[in-house]
Design a binder for this molecule. Structure first.
Ligand code: B1M
Length: 208
């Protein structure tokens, strides 16, 4: 099994083959980072491309995503940096109306690995849930969006936090394929990260 076979198994939505491939690669000494960045993530990019071109439909996209997630689960212990001290409490979720969670899960996983306490609210998260967590002492709110139609819900969450007068008590970071640094600034977020490793760096910066 090699990186190319794992890539192909994700495209075929063959979760069992992905798990076998990932395990074999790890046993043979491959790094979790290379499996992630050279097989699993590129496979999802290819899925997106095929979807745009009309070669894949939602069901194919869904089973490929499941296969990707099953490989990701095996990488989790290897991606952890293993800091023991708590670096802070991050509450993360995919915004209202959006069901994409692979990127958000990856960010949550890496933050946990870096020693953050992570509360994962899941997908399609209503702004009221984020507000509840701000009241419960979240130090960072992390929002993910993959759709151009849902990214504006990030703004709604920030406005809701401002409305309850708690904007100064919490840092806000955002990410997801359509999100940019410019967009983050325009909605008053404290930062944007383009991938999971930069999300960890950003969270550490935000915690000062
Ligand atoms: Co959807 N989908 N999808 N999809 N899907 C996209 C996003 C799309 C770009 C595909 C395409 O057309 N090329 C397109 C959006 C177009 C647009 O808005 N402009 C799209 C569409 C249209 C849709 C539907 C509307 C399709 C339909 O029903 N007709 C529908 C919407 C459902 C909904 O959410 N309401 C839909 C559904 C789905 C599935 C459910 C089938 C499945 C998701 C399964 C799941 O997540 N459990 C799915 C998938 C798999 C994709 C693609 C193919 C892959 C997304 C992914 O997992 N990427 C995607 C195409 C693409 O992105 N290339 C696509 C891998 C992941 C590791 O990357 O999520 O970008 P990403 O995360 C990165 C960074 O962005 C960053 O770090 C991560 C790690 O590096 N990051 C953060 C993410 N969140 C962060 C938060 C941070 C910091 C960094 O701080 C808090």
């Amino acid at each position: 099994m090699d990186l190319k076979s794992i890539f192909n198994s994700v495209l075929e939505g063959d979760a069992e083959a992905v798990r076998t491939g990932v395990n074999q690669m790890l046993e043979s000494g491959a790094s979790a980072e290379s499996i992630l960045h050279e097989a699993l993530i590129p496979a999802m990019d290819e899925v997106g491309k095929r979807f745009e071109e009309g070669d894949f439909f939602v069901p194919e996209m869904l089973i490929a995503a499941r296969a990707m997630q099953s490989g990701l689960g095996l990488l989790k212990p290897h991606l952890a940096e293993g800091d023991v001290q708590s670096s802070g409490k991050v509450v993360i979720g995919t915004v209202k109306g959006d069901l994409h969670d692979i990127g958000k899960n990856l960010v949550a996983m890496m933050l946990e690995g870096a020693g953050f306490e992570v509360v994962d609210l899941g997908t399609d998260v209503d702004p009221t849930k984020f507000i509840e967590e701000v009241r419960n002492g979240a130090q960072i709110i992390g929002m993910s969006a993959l759709l151009t139609t849902t990214m504006n819900n990030m703004k709604a969450v920030i406005e809701a936090i401002e409305d309850i007068g708690m904007r100064e008590q919490v840092k806000i970071m955002i990410g997801g394929a359509p999100v940019t640094g410019e967009y983050a600034k325009s909605i008053g977020a404290d930062g944007f990260a383009s991938d999971a490793s930069s999300a960890v760096r950003l969270a550490k910066e935000l915690m000062g």
